[in-house]
Write a protein that binds this ligand. Structure first.
Ligand code: CDP
Ligand code: MG
Length: 246
């Protein structure tokens, strides 16, 4: 089997696509018939602030960052209906998966998408001004319906951020996994090695985890500097868990 067949990419069908009932349209644009790509993972996610901040970490500090968090968390499109705040997270696998889905998605800015690439998914999006309290326009929020990983490195980081290995069929996992030998718990933004009341169990001995996540947990547990944040490991374990984690 050609290893390029195993290239994976993360797709998020964003809250504006769900609100505008464009989910079926997006999925058919990305179907195996059109793209030659296969599903490797799929879930409906109520996006926590932790997950949103980790996903868009590269944009922290930018003018549009807070609006972007509100958008991906569904707060912009469902201000009064929190139960409708969802995204659909998907992993697609196949030859040139990253580049193919970026191409079908189109340019980030929907106005530009309509001009430069009519027919792309983001051409159906919209642009909303971001204003300060006085009404001055500070920037634009781009409601562009879909997220798609931009590079091989982004795809790996993003798939591991949104998906546990056990969310993906064993023979479709693209990144090294390892079996945890320890218990790991999380409470009040801290890693614990033993259960305490109100803590959530991330991993128990025998559970499969991304090898890179276990390396981060071990580093933190032994007081070393981890190669990624604790939140980037934990966020996926809190997806759709108890409401107090949101
Ligand atoms: O999503 P993509 O990789 O094409 O673009 P990005 O530059 O990484 O930005 C991430 C997301 O932030 C975009 O998809 C937009 O939804 C949003 N964005 C925004 O709302 N306003 C901007 N001025 C720039 C980006
Ligand atoms: Mg990007």
């Amino acid at each position: 089997m050609d290893p390029r067949e195993f290239e994976q990419t993360l797709v998020l069908i964003k809250p504006d696509a769900l609100k505008n009932s464009l989910t079926g349209y997006v999925l058919s644009q990305l179907s195996e018939f059109h793209t030659g790509l296969r599903f490797a993972g799929a879930k409906i996610v109520h996006v926590s602030r932790m997950l949103a901040e980790e996903h868009y970490a590269e944009h922290r500090g930018k003018v549009f960052f807070q609006s972007l968090l509100d958008y991906i968390m569904g707060c912009s499109h469902y201000p009064d209906e929190p139960w409708k705040r969802r995204v659909i997270a998907l992993v697609y696998q196949g030859h040139h998966a990253i580049q193919k889905i970026r191409a079908i998605s189109g340019p980030t800015n929907p106005h530009e998408a309509r001009v430069k690439k009519p027919g792309c998914i983001r051409a159906l999006g919209t642009v909303v001004p971001i204003k300060d309290a006085a009404g001055t326009v500070l920037d634009e929020r781009m409601d562009n319906l879909i997220h798609a990983s931009a590079t091989v490195a982004d795809a790996e980081r993003e798939i591991k951020l949104w998906f546990k290995p056990s969310d993906i069929p064993p023979l479709m996992r693209a990144y090294p996994t390892e079996i945890s030998q320890e218990h790991y718990y999380f409470k009040e933004n801290k890693l614990l090695l033993q259960h305490e009341p109100e803590s959530v169990c991330l991993l128990a001995p025998g559970n499969v985890a991304w090898a890179s996540d276990l390396a981060v947990l071990r580093a933190i547990a032994s007081g070393k500097t981890p190669s990624a944040t604790l939140q980037s490991v934990v966020a996926k374990y809190l997806i759709n868990e108890d409401v107090r984690y949101y």
